[in-house]
Design a protein around this ligand. Structure first.
Ligand code: PLP
Length: 402
């Protein structure tokens, strides 16, 4: 079971049944966590937030004092983030950028383009010339990391054949194009690589070191100055052990050593999940409890169409049960007969599993359940319209619990 903050617990208990399910975000807890992350990092290492993890405007704004900028991955995210946190530095990434998305990023003065292919570089150059704009380029590479650091990742986007980033075999060609005057409207700022998600601090550090070493050698080969290396996000969130957070202190110390070895480089990271996962809960109530072929199931209001994370990642979403003693109906209240209960949603698919075999002895219809670690890749990656159930409420709690 995962501890709720007091503010979240109070809100979940105070909501009426028909106000559930609800996403409840503890913004004070988010600020506290982001401040701790920022403190663990060396001062000159830049921290961008990957908005794809959770782009709610309240979340983007709460992170504002602790981040140096935001990474966006589409024209939609770009327009949204620009509006939510005006004036903050932005980097635009993502494979398959359209000409319209690039044109709008140029128009909005986006500081950094993470270029993912040779074709995209040509397109950006032409569009920047047409707009008479100067575009800052970080070349995103899909680097091979040979020391096994990516082996434990939950989602590898690099180090193997994928559609992400430039192939290292194209590195010399693109750096030449950016340094021989072919593209006067493009300015090579540096290298970017986001190779995997779900890595612990030692593996993340090994990956960061590989990226920086590779980038430094590339720059030396071409006698160009690279000012920046973005080593990506992907710091792990352990859904099976929610209290064991990524070791930001060890990672920060390692980055400090790396930065000291490369004083002319600005290092940047762009985590998403590890910043916002912990501040969000998906709260709901048990609608029914039933026995099936020897196992107990509790069906809750809502399901994976609101919180798709356990279905996509194949884990059990950590949760807390909040017992409710009153039962407002004249019919009997169903209750679990066994100690362990599988929590499912209302969808007509056996894939609508939120958490399996949860220790919840005596769980009853009407009890509340709050699923933790629902602040990242939760609501915004879910298939909301399947079966047309009502959408959840959204509550952003601040220090005063408001
Ligand atoms: C380019 C890029 N940067 C950063 C991130 C954030 O990763 P995470 O949320 O695992 O930290 C992603 C996630 O897919 C990404 O694709």
């Amino acid at each position: 079971m995962t501890a709720l903050t007091a503010a979240v617990r109070d809100r979940v208990i105070s909501l009426a049944a028909d106000e559930l399910p609800a996403y409840v975000y503890d913004l004070a807890a988010l600020r506290e966590h982001a401040a701790a992350v920022r403190t663990a990092l060396p001062e000159h290492v830049e921290l961008y937030y990957a908005a794809k993890a959770n782009p709610e405007p309240e979340i983007l704004a709460a992170l504002g004092p602790y981040v140096d900028g935001y990474e966006v991955a589409s024209g939609g995210e770009l327009a949204h983030v620009r509006k939510a946190v005006p004036g903050r530095p932005l980097a635009i990434g993502g494979p398959g950028k359209t000409p319209a998305e690039i044109a709008s990023a140029l128009e909005l003065g986006v500081e950094r383009f993470h270029v993912e292919s040779v074709y995209e570089l040509h397109m950006l150059a032409q569009l920047a010339r047409r707009a008479d704009a100067k575009a800052g380029v970080l070349l995103r590479f899909n680097l091979a990391v040979s020391d096994g650091s990516l082996a434990d990742s939950s989602l590898a986007m690099g180090g193997r054949p994928t559609p992400f980033g430039l192939d290292p075999a194209d590195a010399d060609t693109v750096v030449r194009l950016l340094s021989d005057g072919t593209y006067p409207h493009l300015r090579l700022r540096g290298v970017h690589a986001h190779l995997a998600s779900g890595l612990r601090a030692p593996e993340q550090l090994a990956v960061a070191e590989s990226i920086v070493t590779w980038a430094t050698e590339l720059a030396a080969r071409h006698r160009v100055r690279l000012a920046e290396v973005n080593v990506g996000g992907g710091m792990t969130v352990d859904y099976a052990a929610p209290d064991q957070r990524f070791d930001w202190t060890a990672y920060g110390a390692g980055l400090a050593r790396l930065a000291a070895a490369h004083p002319a480089l600005t290092l940047r990271i762009e985590p998403g999940r590890s910043l916002t996962a912990y501040c969000g809960w998906y709260a709901t109530e048990v609608l029914d409890v039933k026995h099936s072929h020897g196992e107990e199931f509790a069906v809750v209001r809502g399901g994976t169409h609101h919180l798709r994370t356990p279905a996509t990642k194949g884990h059990d979403q950590p949760c807390s049960v909040l017992p409710v003693d009153t039962w407002p109906h004249p019919w009997p209240r169903p209750a679990a007969r066994q100690d362990r209960v599988t929590l499912t949603g209302q969808l007509c698919t056996p894939k609508d599993l939120l958490a399996r075999h949860v220790p919840a002895p005596g769980l009853r219809a009407g009890d509340r359940v709050a699923f933790a670690l629902a602040g990242a890749y939760a609501w915004n990656i879910s298939h909301h319209d399947f079966l047309m159930h009502p959408r959840p409420g959204f509550h952003f709690l601040d220090r005063a619990g408001a």
